[in-house]
Design a protein around this ligand. Structure first.
Ligand code: GLU
Length: 549
């Protein structure tokens, strides 16, 4: 196409070399990954998109490379209000550091911008102008109706769907014919004049999917739509070239478009980046697997975990578990290690995708929560209850020391207790430590053996009056429990008890559990010795009074 006609189409177009100079190679050095998260601004980050963003940022940061956020808003029908702000906030909440790119709808950092596609119109025009000039693109005047008719015909004839060969009616118009049509006000798009042949094969090695082979692209795909904005395909080639993206990490729904992208990089004479196509997270639906859906599955929403009190670090651990098959083993061996020390490896990503497993996620959470030190646990509990349980929040603020002492029972040791898999479960285990709740809550006392209220009273009164001493060591405490058991006719030796159970009312385990039930109403609690010590003598007497009311 002649320059005059190109000027007619894009009156102020700059030569593409302007942009080549404006965005020079990055000077990062060998082996650094430059990659991006490139969502449409359609709302919140969900489990699936978080997974892509997390993997991409990890891959970049593991090599001290660059992770940038680009907003792909060329399909303006799909936009939602505050879309960009929500994405930035969600990434921030997961400590996914944006080195470059969009920070809000009005701010960005980095010298390869603008990072919002709708602000890059002139850039796309320069490159499409170059293709027009080189005879590798053309204006296509097919109407939507005509395209539908073509598709119907192709479907009937079982032919490849799209604009190519005889269907590419406007491929070879002369400049004059084009000019006439434009002057007539006919609407058009700009299409690639594909040099491909469907009988040729293209080969590519995907970092996750491995060696792939496709028929070459022969479709005259749209580059610039009639609204003047580029298609995903064209914008991808231009942006990732000019932003010097080394790795395209994206969902595998794009795999089928890969021949188009390879061809675009070829005709534009751009260096092809590396591709890593991630499979979606799957979920079982009855007997079959399907993609985790942000519409159908509550587990896809990040807010779900927030409300449940599953820490964001747990989500990161879980995402790494499904991202790299060797992570779980690493984490088991290094449970208290900073996960940034684990290096992401494309080769360890499952090419077929992982099945979402809530049980596993909660199990990770259980381990994670058990490894938190008491102060951090307390802080996280504060944060959670402040939002979701104001009453408990008030109490743990008021009784900070007591709360931390309780939290610390059998914590901060090699094999800590594993009581909780989310912060929403904490209330159910801690409420009895606070008088305010203990008095108020409905209580049901279920004893381990059949025992009358009088006998419980007698046992507890004796115990508190004659045996219990706040200053006792755990060993002394236990010995006294034994003496009490003996005095009341309970076995102190479990082996003996098993053999001669009819000689006893019960065992020492029953004695301590009877005490536990009166004090906490629960059959299992963290170490009773510690609980009693934290509550203190006075409080223990009070619990007996409450039991009798
Ligand atoms: N905007 C595309 C999407 O949301 C980005 C794909 C890519 O990373 O290239 O699917």
């Amino acid at each position: 196409m002649k320059d005059e006609l190109i000027k007619k189409i894009f009156p102020n177009v700059k030569d593409y070399t302007f942009y080549e100079e404006k965005y020079p190679e990055r000077e990062l050095g060998e082996g650094k990954i430059v990659t991006r998260f490139a969502p449409s601004p359609t709302g919140f980050v969900h489990m699936g998109s978080l997974f892509s963003a997390f993997v991409a940022s990890k891959a970049a940061h593991d090599t001290n490379g660059v992770f940038f956020l680009r907003i792909e808003d060329t399909d303006q029908k799909r936009e939602v209000e505050n879309g960009i702000e929500n994405i930035v906030r969600d990434l921030n909440n997961f400590d996914i550091k944006i080195d470059e790119g969009v920070l809000s709808s009005t701010e960005e950092i980095g010298s390869y911008g603008p990072y919002i596609q709708s602000k890059r119109k002139e850039i796309y025009e320069s490159y499409v102008a170059r293709l027009l000039k080189e005879g590798l693109a053309y204006p296509c005047f097919l109407t939507e109706e005509e395209i539908n008719t073509i598709r119907e015909e192709q479907e009937r004839n079982k032919e490849e769907i799209g604009i190519y060969g005889k269907y590419a009616k406007y491929r070879d118009l002369t400049d004059e014919e084009i000019l006439n049509k434009i002057n007539n006000g006919e609407k058009y798009v700009l299409r690639l004049k594909s040099p491909g042949n469907i009988n040729n094969k293209v080969k590519i090695k995907d970092l996750i999917k491995g060696e792939l082979e496709f028929p070459e692209n022969n479709l005259d795909i749209v580059l610039i739509k009639s609204d003047g904005l580029p298609t995903y395909h064209f914008a991808h080639a231009i942006d990732d070239h000019l932003m010097h993206t080394t790795h395209i990490i994206r969902g595998d729904e794009w795999l089928s478009s890969l021949p188009i992208h390879i061809q675009l990089f070829q005709v534009l004479k751009f260096k092809l980046p590396k591709y890593a196509h991630i499979s979606p997270i799957m979920i079982m639906d009855g007997d079959s697997k399907r993609k985790l859906s942000k519409r159908k599955d509550k587990e896809a929403a990040i807010s779900y975990y927030h409300e449940l009190g599953v820490d964001k670090d747990v989500i990161k651990l879980y995402l790494l578990t499904i991202a790299n098959s060797n992570f779980e083993e690493w984490y088991l061996a290094n449970p208290r290690e900073d996960i940034n020390k684990f290096k992401f490896d494309f080769k360890k990503v499952s090419p077929s995708g992982s099945l979402f497993d809530m049980e596993k996620l909660l199990n990770i959470s259980k381990n994670y929560m058990s490894y938190l030190n008491k102060d951090l646990f307390y802080e996280k509990l504060l944060e959670y209850t402040k939002e979701y349980d104001k009453e408990l929040y008030g109490l743990i603020v008021k009784y900070k020391e007591r709360t931390i002492d309780f939290i610390n029972i059998e914590r901060e040791r090699k094999k800590p207790r594993k009581d909780y898999s989310s912060f929403s479960e904490v209330r159910n285990n801690i409420w009895y430590m606070f008088d305010e709740l203990f008095i108020k809550e409905d209580k049901e006392y279920v004893f381990p053996i059949d025992i009358s209220k009088e006998d419980v009273n007698e046992l507890l009164t004796k115990y508190l009056d004659n045996y219990y001493n706040e200053d006792d060591s755990e060993e002394e405490w236990f010995n006294k429990m034994k003496e009490l058991a003996q005095e009341f006719g309970y076995a102190t030796d479990m082996k003996d008890y098993k053999e001669n159970s009819n000689k006893y009312k019960g065992s020492i385990a029953d004695v301590s559990n009877i005490i536990r039930v009166v004090i906490t109403t629960k059959n299992t609690t963290p170490n009773l010795y510690n609980i009693m010590k934290i509550l203190g003598r006075e409080e223990l007497y009070k619990r007996l009074v409450i039991f009798n009311n």
